[in-house]
Each structure stands twice: as C-alpha cells, then as structure tokens.
Design a protein around this ligand. Sequence first.
Ligand code: SAH
Length: 364
Amino acid sequence: MDLSPLENEIRKRIKLAGPMPIRQFMTMCLTHPDYGYYVTRDPFGVSGDFITSPEISQVFGELIGLWAASAWHMMGQPENVRLIELGPGRGTMLIDAMRAAQVVPAFRAAIVLHLVEINPKLRERQQQMLGTIDVPAMWHETFDEVPDGPAIILANEFFDALPINQAIKQFNGWYERVVEVDASGNLAFGIASDVIPLFDQLVPPAVRDAPVGSIYEWRTDNLALAIGQRMRRELGAALIIDYGHLKSAAGDTLQAVGNHNFVSALHNPGEVDLTAHVDFEAIASTADSMGARIHGPVDQARLLRNLGIEKRAAALKTYASPEKGAEIDSACQRLLGQGRGGMGRLFKALAITHPDMKTVPGFE
Ligand code: SAH
C-alpha cells in the first residue's frame, strides 16, 4: 500500500508518541509546512473541493463592504482604519467589498488592508487580485501580527478551518478522542487511556448531562479571545460568518470534503479539507468575557436580508440578460436557502464590537 508522505509522518508519530489527539491530527492535515491541505493548493471553485459565499455571488462581498462602511461610520469615521480579513481565500470578497465601498469615498481612502493568510498559493492570488485596485495591503501569518489601531475584522468560513479538540463521554468521565492505528493497520478513531480530570465542570451546562458516547468539541486557538481583547481596547467591529450552532451542544461535526463530496476524515490525510462546525456561543461568551460587545448571532439569511440582499439583487438584474438574471436569483436562493444545500440557516453571523457601539447593521 502506497501511503502519502503525510500519512507516513502521522503513523511515525503515533508509533513514537502514541495515539494522536484530534487537534494534532487536524493541525497536521491542514497546515503541515510541506504537506498540509491549506499549504499546498487552491481549494476553491468548481474544480476545487468547495465553494464559498463570495464565490457564489458578488452580492455577498458587496453587502459585506457596505456593512464595513457603515461600521466605520459608527466608529466615528477614523482617518485610518485597518480592514483585516482572516483567511481571504481567493480575495473575491475583498474585491467586491472594495468596489461597493466606493460609494463612501472617505471610508475607502481610510483603509489599509491586512490579510491573514497561511496559504502561499492563495496569498499570490490575493496579491494579483488586489493589484488591480488602489488600496494599500499587507499580509500576515497570524492575527496577532496585525498592528494596533481602529479595525474592522472580517472572517468568512475561517473559524471552521481552525483545529478542534474532541472529548468523548464515558461512564466515569470525559476522555480525549484520538487517532490511532488499529489491529488491521488502518488509521482509526480511538479514546485516550486517561480521563480528563474535572472536565465535567469545564463543559457548558447544556453538555454536562449528555449521554455516554457523546462527543464535545472545542477550540483552543484563542482567536475569539484576541478579537474580544482588541475590540475592548480600541474602536472596531468584527463580523464572523460560518456554519455552526447558535448554542454549545454535544455532537461530532468533524467533516472531510474532497472534490465536493463528503469523505472519511481519516482517508488521505492532507488531500481533503477538514473542518468542524463553529460553536458561536463559545466565541460570543469568550469575547464577551473580554469586555467586547456581542451582536447576534443571527442566521445568515437574516443578516443578508437586513443588509438588503433583495434590493441589491434586483438592482443587478435591471441591467442583466434573462439568463444572467436567473443566475443571480439562484445564487441568492443558495445564500438564503433554508433547505438542503441552502446556506441561509446553516450559516450564522456574529458581530463583536467595541462596547460603545450599541448597534451594527444587519443585527437589528
Ligand atoms: N474567506 C474565504 C476563504 C475561506 S477558506 C471565502 O469565504 O472564500 C479558509 C481560508 O483560511 C483560506 O484562505 C485558507 O488558506 C485560510 N486559512 C486556513 N487556516 C488558516 C490559518 N491557520 N491561518 C491563516 N489562514 C488560514
């Protein structure tokens, strides 16, 4: 059996150090410096593994641009503002947002872009895209590298790509979930040998009474904490959009997607996208505990409707051919849809702002 270099490395580590926590497995699969999924490819589009809202319709990025302009207004129109995007993908959302922001020239003139991106291929692509517009831009490996100052932070489908930890409940407590090599020599999910002390007291109350066998997921990246601290310290607003749940709950949401299909998370490490649902209650309560103000979460359909998606789509259709008009309609249906394949309810939006900002658009 020919194993990929990353799978060989994972097996080697398991042999040396024992079963590997899910978090470590996910980190290696996504961001291993040589073989990680996000380091080696452009995963987007019809020929890629998945497609995101900004790639579905330009209306998405445009509405986000207007959101940013109006957040800037509410911040008191600072002369310089950092527009930070976490995980900008192909840069599509920023381009559409910047075009829409032209209606507020003073805002556009105040912007310095900061792109937090780990993927060298996507970085290059973002540089090409942004080269076509006249806005200063800087790139960073992590959010912590972005200098202080008034900031608007955007993150669409970023948090879901951050590694999770998983614990599984047994009759005598919670155990870390791990990846191991089973008796037939395959990678398999397992359970660590030692109970996590006092874990029952750490999980949210709603998870405490979960039945034996339940899985609880959490992230330890501290990003929500850093955003909360920053929004407490200086003027700013962050908009986080992702798929996930409004309330913390038990459940195994680790998923792998390759070529637009769900596959096993253990099959082909580094070759498929691994994500997990975002726990919006956990992000909100972390940022809140840092002294920032929380708005929402609301579902994506509500955010986009509040921001005027229907009006924007109608305006675009006035100049469009019937075919193009039908495309605009079907893209909007996908962004707003409640049923299967629709993103309107599965996706949620949360804003984190400076405590003085009592409202932000979209969350009324
Ligand atoms: N926001 C974009 C892309 C979402 S995919 C869109 O909506 O289309 C996730 C993005 O985050 C990609 O650009 C990926 O390369 C980047 N990324 C993933 N993990 C990262 C990490 N740990 N640090 C920085 N960027 C990361």
